[in-house]
Write a protein of this length. Structure first.
Length: 529
């Protein structure tokens, strides 16, 4: 299919060629324009001036004869610069392969086109598609037409589509990574004659990979929330050292796995920030994870902080893969990937740095990336405002959940598990039974109500996305049955938005657990009952 620029070029060729007489062609040398074309042709002038794409009329020797208003707007250059750029475009497009071939002696020649970026005087960059058509009149060459079309938006959409495809491929890769060892560990557990060390290794493997899967899903959800502006900040006065310590603890397994060295220098003076401790921890964690991912085994990472006026300047440096100028420019864009020639093990989903930028900006700060080039390491610099002078940090929250003792073996609860996913329900039944509780399972609302009336549970774990009636509706039905009181209700959901938690509370749930449920939190709920 011929592009809009190509169609316009063909139309202009026809009009211009029609305006050339044999006498004019023979007199090209004496023409003031040197090409025998009547520049005053009314049809040509109307199309030329009113066209929505840029048009340049070029002489056979490459001199610029005329340009229209739209071309001046697109390229935004002085006359001298414009002439130089057009001559360069004419030269480059001439090296391109023809996109349409005319029949011999038809009065036309091949049309050629290219696509390239162009920097404007205001510092912006646009992508242009340039089509070139050579005009022929009866007496010979009559000049050339350059048609310049702004394709910045279509280029952006194509790039976004390419990144989406790369992201989906990488998502599949990242999800298969933890699924493979989980599958292997499950096969190990199928073996009946296993010693306890082997069982322990299999359990630990599954636990690690499930945590990785959970982190991937959490990052995806966070990107979606931040993009919609739906993620709130729970601000408080928090010590930078507490935030950094929690982040280092979260990243330690990646750094240790590659035997890398982490140097930390947070200064001696206590620094207090006004922000969300969990999100600030996430910022530093993502930067440390990124450094560990793109730094070779045995490499070096440094985390340092210094006060600069009323801001804290936080730096994360590494001596790893480094970045090209092009990669630095798009490092914080969603789904942006590093060098595709790097091993897949050093890849990611392209969302960690996007989260860093969005969270830092939500705190009133900024983040920038620096590198001297590929294989020369990288540095990420975060600047955040510090809290007002004299502010004291609250007691830092624990970086990881405190261990909760298992329910005492002498206490057995009646627990109702409701989930339409049979594997999910059966796995919870196995777990709760192993903890010495009596369990009943139902897979939809009516089954659950019947089971609850007969079983009279003390605790009910309800999936929200149930058929026939939702978990919210089921909770209201159970609350309305006086013979079931008191009954503790726990919501199980794949959603973790604040609005979902609020809706669950309004429906009568006392607790809300996101799938897969945190086992320490579940044990605490059981112990409280």
């Amino acid at each position: 299919m011929t592009s809009g620029a190509g169609k316009l070029g063909k139309y202009l060729r026809d009009k211009l060629a029609a305006s050339v007489s044999p006498a004019q062609s023979d007199a090209r040398g004496s023409s003031s324009h040197g090409n025998g074309v009547d520049p005053d042709s009314s049809a040509f002038r109307a199309i030329f001036e009113q066209a929505l794409v840029g048009i340049a009329h070029m002489a056979p020797d490459g001199h610029v004869l005329a340009v229209n208003r739209r071309l001046r707007e697109l390229l935004d250059l002085s006359d001298e610069q414009l002439a130089q750029v057009l001559r360069g475009l004419l030269e480059r497009v001439g090296r391109e392969r023809p996109v349409e071939r005319a029949a011999p002696h038809s009065g036309e020649s091949s049309a050629r086109k290219l696509e390239e970026s162009h920097d404007r005087r205001d510092g912006s960059r646009i992508w242009i598609e340039v089509a070139c058509s050579e005009l022929r009149a009866a007496g010979g060459r009559a000049g050339r037409i350059l048609v310049v079309h702004d394709v910045t938006e279509s280029k952006r959409l194509r790039e976004a589509d390419r990144r989406k495809d790369e992201f989906l491929a990488m998502l599949a890769h990242e999800l298969r990574n933890p699924l493979a060892p989980i599958h292997a560990a499950v096969q190990v557990l199928h073996q009946s004659a296993l010693a306890e060390p082997q069982l322990g290794l299999a359990r630990d493997m599954i636990d690690r990979q499930l945590r990785l899967l959970t982190r991937l899903v959490d990052d995806l959800l966070d990107v979606a929330r931040i993009t919609r502006g739906a993620i709130p900040l729970h601000r408080e006065k928090v010590a930078l050292r507490a935030v950094a310590t929690a982040a280092i603890e979260s990243s330690r397994h990646l750094i240790d796995a590659k035997r890398q060295t982490l140097a930390v220098d947070l200064g001696l003076a206590p620094i207090v920030l006004d922000g969300d401790p969990a999100r600030l921890t996430q910022v530093i964690t993502n930067l440390l994870n990124n450094a560990a991912k793109y730094t070779r085994e045995g490499g070096h990472i440094a985390l340092a902080a210094e006060l600069t006026g009323d801001q804290i300047c936080l730096r994360v440096r590494d001596d790893g893969a480094g970045m090209s100028p092009e990669l630095i420019e798009r490092a914080f864009e969603l789904f942006a990937q590093g060098d595709p020639t790097l091993a897949r093990s050093a890849s990611g989903l392209g969302i960690g740095l996007t989260l860093v930028r969005r969270l830092v900006e939500m705190h009133g700060g900024s983040v920038a990336a620096h590198s001297d080039g590929p294989n020369l390491g990288s540095e990420f610099v975060v600047r955040l405002p510090i809290a007002a002078a004299g502010a004291e940090a609250v007691e830092p929250r624990a970086a990881a959940p405190q261990p909760v003792p298992a329910p005492r073996a002498t206490i057995s609860l009646r627990v109702l598990v409701v989930d339409d996913n049979e594997d999910a329900a059966d796995s919870l039944e196995l777990l709760l039974s192993a903890w010495k509780h009596e369990v009943r399972v139902a897979h939809d609302g009516p089954q659950a109500i019947a089971a609850a009336v007969a079983f009279k549970p003390q605790l009910a774990l309800l999936d929200i996305g149930l058929p026939e009636m939702s978990g919210y509706e089921l909770a209201q039905h159970l609350r309305a049955l006086p013979e079931l009181q008191p009954l503790r209700l726990v919501a199980l959901s794949g959603y973790s938005r604040d609005s979902d938690r609020k809706q669950a509370e309004q429906a009568g749930f006392q607790h809300y657990l996101v799938k897969p449920p945190d086992l320490a939190a579940l044990r605490k709920i059981l112990a409280d009952v």
